[in-house]
Design a protein around this ligand. Structure first.
Ligand code: SF4
Length: 296
């Protein structure tokens, strides 16, 4: 199969060669409960995350670089992925949260087609937004909640920071398709059962980009739910970068939160600046993953 799971369309045969995303077969890096998503995603019992390895973007500041830049993890079958979803459901997780799923969209669609009828909690598709509309259509009716990023409205930043040409047009089209599939956010007891929340990580020294992102979202749909994230911290790779080497200041974050309201958006989530700490990065221990795999 020549891979065109994402807009890069590398056309490599993933059975024997990696593409830009650096992974071949379906590979997971972590399965666990995550308590620090938006309150309507984490709830009281936590979100049942399944982190996939590799990534189709190369963000210089990536906070999950331990798993996104390599094929770190374990290669599994679609049947095992289905069992992992049921495992998360049995642990009492609020939902099944597929994190960084784009490079495996085909296997995920295949798994959900087989297992969706046994899953009673929402399926969350948690992605960087650099998605193919054609591939997203395969998930129609299978994914309940979309959590895409809209990282950049400025494509020159998307290239410089994430090696992602035409990011804005690609992600805007992906978000439009997600909204087509899940036009209304449906909450039950405060938890999101169906819908879309767009995430935007505010980067230090790049407020003009954040304002353009919010302007676009307000013009697209002023009722859209937006999660403004403050959890940026400089990793070792960007410590020397003149802008990305700094942490976000409270003034910078407050300015973007005010702009959110000024441009007419009114449904959103905000973060404490204290979330910008390496201590919130999940534990990627392979032993932990192997233990889960041995239990399913
Ligand atoms: S999923 Fe990976 S191999 Fe496939 S097109 Fe995207 S970057 Fe290339």
């Amino acid at each position: 199969m020549e891979c065109s799971f994402c807009p890069r369309k590398c056309k490599v045969n993933r059975a024997d060669k990696e593409g830009f995303c650096r992974v071949k077969g379906l590979t997971v890096a972590r399965v666990g409960i995550h308590e620090w998503e938006e309150p309507c995603i984490s709830g009281t019992h936590g979100s049942g995350t399944i982190f996939f390895s590799g990534c189709n973007m190369r963000c210089v500041f990536c906070q999950n670089d331990a798993i996104s830049r390599t094929n770190y993890g374990r290669e599994i079958s679609t049947e095992t992925l289905g069992k992992l979803m049921l495992y998360q459901q049995n642990t009492g997780a609020e939902n099944i949260n597929l994190v960084s799923p784009t490079q495996f969209v085909g296997q995920i669609a295949e798994t959900l087609e087989k297992y969706k009828s046994q899953i009673k909690i929402p399926i969350v598709y948690n992605s960087n937004g650099y998605e193919s509309v054609e591939q997203l259509r395969r998930l129609s009716g299978l994914v309940d909640v979309y959590l895409p990023d809209l990282k950049y409205a400025d494509n020159s930043l998307a290239v410089e920071y994430s090696s992602a040409p035409h990011y804005f047009e690609v992600a805007a089209a992906a978000i439009a398709e997600m909204k087509r599939q899940r036009p209304k956010n449906v909450f039950v007891n405060g938890m999101l059962r169906r819908g879309v929340i767009v995430r935007h990580l505010v980067l230090p020294g790049n407020l003009a980009n954040s304002r353009r992102v919010l302007d676009y979202l307000a013009s697209f749909d002023r009722n859209i739910y937006v999660s403004l994230m403050a959890q940026y911290f400089p990793t070792k790779d960007v410590k020397a970068h003149p802008l990305l080497g700094k942490t976000l200041t409270q003034d910078e974050y407050d300015e973007i939160c005010s702009y959110f309201k000024q441009c007419g958006l009114h449904n959103g989530y905000f973060q404490e600046l204290s979330s910008n700490s390496e201590s919130y990065v999940p534990d990627w221990s392979i032993d932990r993953l192997d233990k889960v795999l041995s239990e399913i």
